[in-house]
Design a protein around this ligand. Structure first.
Ligand code: ASP
Length: 310
C-alpha cells in the first residue's frame, strides 16, 4: 500500500498576516515527514520528523514560537503514539525544551511510564542529555507582543475559537507502507493559561490516539472542550462503527460544538490510507502527502493540489 502523511498547524482564527507562513510551514513539514516514509521509514519516525519541523518554526505554537502562560513562562505539552502496540509517550508543562515531541518519544521508549510532567519531565530530559534551551530563545517576537497586549485567557479563547487564544498547536498522523499508523501532537497550549494548566494535547485519547485497528488522529482547538469529549478516541469510535474518516471527524467536531460549545480541528488517517483534515474554527492550516501529491488548505473547503517533484 502507499504511505500517507497529514499535518496540521492549529485550528483557530488565523489572522491574514500569519496565513502564508502557516501554510508554507505545514507544507514544508508534510514534505519532511513524507520523505521519511518514502525512504522506507515507519509512521512513528515520520510523525516525529513532521512535528519537529513545526516545533522548529516560529510561526507555530510548539517548541519555538510557543505561547506564554500568565507568568510569561513557556510550558510545553506533547504526545506521540504508535498504532502497532498502543505504546505512547507524553510530556506536560515541560520547560526549556526545543522538541517536546522527541522528549515524549523518549518517555515512551526509555521509561516504564506514559507521561512525565513539569520538573519530572525536565529532570528526565537532563538525564538523557537533551539540551536545555533558554526560555527567551523559544519566545517569538509575535508572541511577546500579543501576550503583552492581551492578558485574559477567556477573552482570548472567545476570540480565537469563536466558542472561538490558542494558536497553532501542531500535529501529524501517518500510515506507512506496512499499514502501521502513528500520531503526534505538540503545543505551548493557550496564551495566558494558568501556570500548570495542561490541555488536551498530551492526554491520550484527547489530543491524539493511534491504533492499527482503526486509525490515527491528532486534534487541535479549545483543549478543555476536547478533553470533555475525548475527541481523538471519539473520532476513532465512529470509524470503528463504519463511518468514513471524514464523516467521523465531522460528526465528532459537531458533537463537541453542540455538547460543550467547543471549536477545533482534527487530522485523521486510516490503516488503508484514507485521510481527512476537518475543522469548525475559522481556519486551520493543514497539508497532506500521498503518492508524491501534496494537498493543502487553510479556509473551509479549500483543498489545493500540488505535484511534488520526484
Ligand atoms: N488544544 C491546545 C490546548 O488547548 C491548543 C490548540 O490546539 O491550539 O492546549
Amino acid at each position: 500500500m502507499s504511505a500517507v502523511l497529514v499535518v496540521h498547524g492549529g485550528a483557530w482564527a488565523i489572522p491574514d498576516k500569519l496565513a502564508k507562513a502557516s501554510v508554507d510551514g505545514v507544507k514544508a513539514a508534510a514534505h519532511e515527514g513524507f520523505l521519511v516514509l518514502k525512504r522506507g521509514g515507519n509512521a512513528l519516525d515520520a510523525v516525529e520528523a513532521a512535528v519537529r519541523a513545526m516545533e522548529d518554526n516560529n510561526v507555530f505554537n510548539a517548541g519555538h514560537g510557543a505561547t506564554l502562560n500568565t507568568d510569561g513562562e513557556v510550558e510545553l505539552d506533547a504526545i506521540i503514539m504508535d498504532g502497532r502496540t498502543l505504546d505512547c509517550g507524553a510530556v506536560s508543562s515541560a520547560k526549556n525544551v526545543a522538541n517536546p515531541v522527541s522528549l515524549a518519544r523518549a518517555v515512551m521508549e526509555k521509561t516504564s511510564h506514559i507521561m512525565l510532567t513539569d520538573r519530572g519531565a525536565n529532570l528526565f530530559a537532563e538525564s538523557i542529555g537533551v539540551v536545555r534551551v533558554p526560555t527567551e530563545t523559544l519566545v517569538s517576537e509575535y508572541e511577546r507582543t500579543e501576550w503583552e497586549k492581551h492578558k485574559n485567557y477567556v477573552t482570548g479563547v472567545n476570540e480565537d475559537f469563536n466558542c472561538q487564544w490558542a494558536h497553532d498547536t501542531v500535529g501529524a498522523v501517518a500510515v506507512d507502507c506496512d499499514g502501521n499508523v502513528a500520531c503526534a501532537t505538540s503545543t505551548g497550549g493557550i496564551r495566558n493559561k494558568m501556570v500548570g494548566r495542561v490541555g488536551d494535547s498530551p492526554v491520550i485519547g484527547s489530543g491524539g490516539y493511534a491504533d492499527n485497528f482503526s486509525g490515527a488522529v491528532s486534534c487541535t482547538g479549545h483543549g478543555e472542550s476536547i478533553l470533555k469529549v475525548t475527541l481523538a478516541r471519539l473520532i476513532l469510535s465512529h470509524i470503528e462503527q463504519g463511518k468514513s474518516v471524514s464523516e467521523a471527524s465531522q460528526v465528532s467536531l459537531q458533537h463537541m460544538g453542540d455538547r460543550v460549545r467547543g471549536a477545533g480541528g482534527a487530522i485523521v488517517v486510516s490503516p488503508s490510507g484514507q485521510w481527512a483534515a476537518t475543522f469548525t474554527t475559522e481556519r486551520m492550516a493543514w497539508a497532506a502527502v500521498e503518492q508524491d501529491v501534496l494537498w493543502f488548505g487553510l479556509d473551509p473547503n479549500e483543498r489545493v493540489k500540488e505535484q511534488l517533484s520526484q
